[in-house]
Ligand binder design. Structure first.
Ligand SMILES: *[C@@H]1O[C@H](CO)[C@@H](O)[C@H](O)[C@H]1NC(C)=O
Ligand SMILES: *[C@@H]1O[C@H](CO)[C@@H](O)[C@H](O)[C@H]1NC(C)=O
Ligand SMILES: *[C@@H]1O[C@H](CO)[C@@H](O)[C@H](O)[C@H]1NC(C)=O
Ligand SMILES: *[C@@H]1O[C@H](CO)[C@@H](O)[C@H](O)[C@H]1NC(C)=O
Length: 309
């Protein structure tokens, strides 16, 4: 029998060292995720985990993944993931469970296994303030479009799909749905259906996101139509009308030659366009509650306004 004071001293020592083991594992994980984003030809999704080979009890492990929006280029994906790995360390360094959402990518880690596991929490549903005129017809069209979009996304290999429809002749409606590709078609469908229930309707744009899937619509073009063109069914050739003013591509002057791995410890030198940043810390029991979609608003720690472009 050890004296009590030694016991508590040793438990303090243990918790300190376990905390630093977790931090080391987290660094291992983030380095690996950034490295994979850098090295892959077309990274959109990577799952990785790091564990403590000393077999501590409970096993100290950290799991993580990133998901880039399906239309993103390799450069954009790795910039976003590189940026997110720095930010998640800066914003949530002591958490066992964190997630960051950006416009172009999502990064999350957890000390619980997250592979092939549909997570409903945390969930956020930001929406543009501007409403649509004729909301009833708009919402009908939105629901119709989403119900054909969901099976398309869920059955696609990368679990990603977009759909463009005409609300009026001059007003298109753009929709997007995506799951992490580790989900089965069934899980992806369920996830997206729940997501759609929480989506705010009748706005110029809205999204609903959780760690496993997300849905978004906008009246502005928010994804890269060229990049997703091969995904869409062959469209009938457009009428020979004068071409509308084309979108001016955002100047993307930066060329990172430095490895993202270096960028983790270096200050941010890359100006990536970030429209939306959220950091949510999962409650311990949150990931276990399947009825999360009822709590559609979620409890985001902060919401920045939706991007204008
Ligand atoms: C750690 O991961 C390796 C594979 O990466 C595995 O072989 C080993 O069993 C794992 N250890 C624990 C404690 O889970
Ligand atoms: C994850 O971390 C939380 C908070 O420290 C802890 O309560 C939980 O038991 C951990 N889960 C695993 C699987 O290690
Ligand atoms: C949407 O409207 C445009 C321009 O009026 C037209 O070219 C296109 O075929 C329409 N698309 C659909 C799916 O009706
Ligand atoms: C859109 O995607 C195409 C093809 O992947 C790419 O060449 C182009 O640079 C992208 N445009 C923007 C604005 O990212």
């Amino acid at each position: 029998m050890e004296p009590k004071d030694t016991e508590s001293a040793s438990s303090i020592f243990n918790s300190v060292s376990i905390a630093s083991i977790f931090l080391l594992l987290l660094l291992c994980l983030l380095l690996n995720l950034s490295y994979r984003a850098e090295a892959q030809d077309r990274p959109t999704y990577v799952f990785h985990f790091c564990n403590d080979s000393r077999q501590t009890v409970p096993p100290d492990q950290v799991y993580g993944l990133f998901l880039c929006r399906g239309d993103q280029s390799q450069a954009s994906c790795r910039d976003c993931v590189g940026y997110a790995t720095q930010e998640i360390l800066r914003r949530c360094p002591t958490e066992k469970d964190s997630i960051l959402w950006y416009d172009q990518c999502m990064l999350t880690y957890s000390n619980q296994s997250i592979l092939s596991y549909q997570r409903d929490r945390p969930a956020i549903a930001p929406a543009k303030a501007t409403t649509i005129s004729d909301p009833a017809r708009f919402n009908n069209l939105l629901d119709e479009t989403l119900s054909s979009l969901i099976p398309k996304a869920a059955s696609a290999g990368n679990r990603f799909a977009v759909e463009k429809v005409n609300f009026t002749v001059s007003q298109p409606l753009y929709t997007l749905a995506q799951c992490t590709p580790d989900l089965t078609t069934t899980d992806c469908t369920m996830c997206l259906q729940m997501t759609v229930q929480g989506l705010q309707r009748g706005r110029q744009g809205a999204r609903f996101m959780n760690p496993s899937c997300y849905v978004r619509y906008e009246t502005n073009l928010f994804y890269n139509e060229t990049a997703v063109a091969p995904l869409s069914p062959p469209a009938p050739p457009p009428a020979p009308t004068p071409t509308p003013p084309s979108l001016v591509p955002r100047p993307k002057g930066h060329k990172i030659s430095t490895a993202v791995i270096i960028a983790i410890v270096a200050p941010i030198g890359v100006a990536i366009v970030v429209f939306l940043i959220l950091c949510c810390l999962l409650r311990r029991s949150a990931a276990k509650r399947p009825e999360a979609a009822q709590d559609a608003s979620g409890t985001p720690s902060e919401i920045l306004p939706l991007g204008t472009g």
